[in-house]
Design a protein around this ligand. Structure first.
Ligand code: APR
Length: 259
């Protein structure tokens, strides 16, 4: 990735004066040790999502879905934010990033210090009872796994479900509304580590582009956005590219002097 493109994107971000937003997918957490879904070795290679990640599968056989969820929660529990998460948190700290719409359920943006994080697919840190709405902390429930798997609602005695959006479930209403508002206002949308295949999250970059935003794609590979929608394609690892982008932003800000 040559420095010229990094500097041009940095200039876009500085000139956008806070109207830069980000849409992130599993790729931003791969360097934290969490496999993504569709790359070789990804989660869906081991667990067919139509068998293990739909709300129907959960309701008919929660124990089976929990086998996949437990594998996912094991890697998520050990994962720590990587330089890509920290770079986006820094941009927000500089008042240059309005917020992040994330498809990830790993809580790593929040752990890196990002404040405005819209959890489009929920958050695996919480468990919920589908009958009575009882909520529990996922890590605390893991202590019960040896004697009670999957963890049950203490009141309804049905399996608790991680507060994540499974296939066939709706996006949380407030998350959908806030995400749309964020991307509609963006002058620049950073699209980081997503194959952009899953709706309605995949609509976000299209909406932003139609509203005149410049799309900047950070990914290892081409996606359906690359050819027709991305104005800049930063090919490579998010954990290497985003820190370089933020360094270029800081250099331009200090060169420009006090705002
Ligand atoms: N840096 C940048 N991009 C990366 C990296 C990396 N280090 N590693 C992988 N990627 C890219 C891959 O090239 C791929 O385009 O991240 C993308 C990951 O795509 P998916 O595995 O499809 O993950 P995602 O786009 O988040 O999936 C969306 O699908 O299964 C559902 O609910 C699940 O939220 C998920 C949704």
């Amino acid at each position: 990735m040559d420095e010229t493109v990094i500097r041009e994107v940095a200039q876009l971000i500085v000139e956008a004066k806070g109207r830069t937003a980000a849409l992130t997918g599993a790729g931003i957490s791969v360097e934290s040790g969490i496999p993504d879904f569709r790359s070789p070795g990804g989660l869906w290679e081991r667990f067919n999502p139509m068998e293990y990640a739909t709300i129907d599968a959960f309701e008919s056989d929660p124990g089976k879905v929990w086998q996949m969820l437990r594998e996912l929660s094991r890697v998520v529990t050990e994962a720590r934010p990587n330089p890509a998460h920290r770079a986006l948190a820094r941009l927000e700290e500089l008042d240059l990033l309005s917020g992040i719409v994330t498809q990830n359920i790993d809580n790593l943006h929040q752990a890196a210090g990002s404040k405005n994080v819209i959890e489009f697919h929920g958050n695996g840190a919480r468990l919920r009872c589908l009958l009575c709405g009882h909520m529990e902390d996922a890590r605390a429930a893991e202590a019960r796994f040896a004697t009670e798997f999957p963890p049950l609602c203490p009141y309804c005695k049905v399996a608790l479900k991680p507060d994540v959006v499974l296939f066939g479930e709706a996006i949380p209403e407030d998350a959908g509304r806030e995400a749309m508002r964020l991307v509609q206002r963006a002058a620049v949308l950073l699209v980081v580590g997503t194959s952009a295949l899953v709706a309605p999250a995949s609509y976000m970059p299209i909406v932003a582009r139609k509203m005149g935003a410049a799309l900047v794609e950070v990914n290892l590979e081409d996606t359906m956005l690359t050819r027709d929608y991305a104005r800049y394609v930063l090919r490579g690892k998010a954990g290497e590219i985003l820190p370089r982008l933020v360094a270029a932003v800081e250099a331009q800000r200090s060169a420009a002097g006090p705002a």
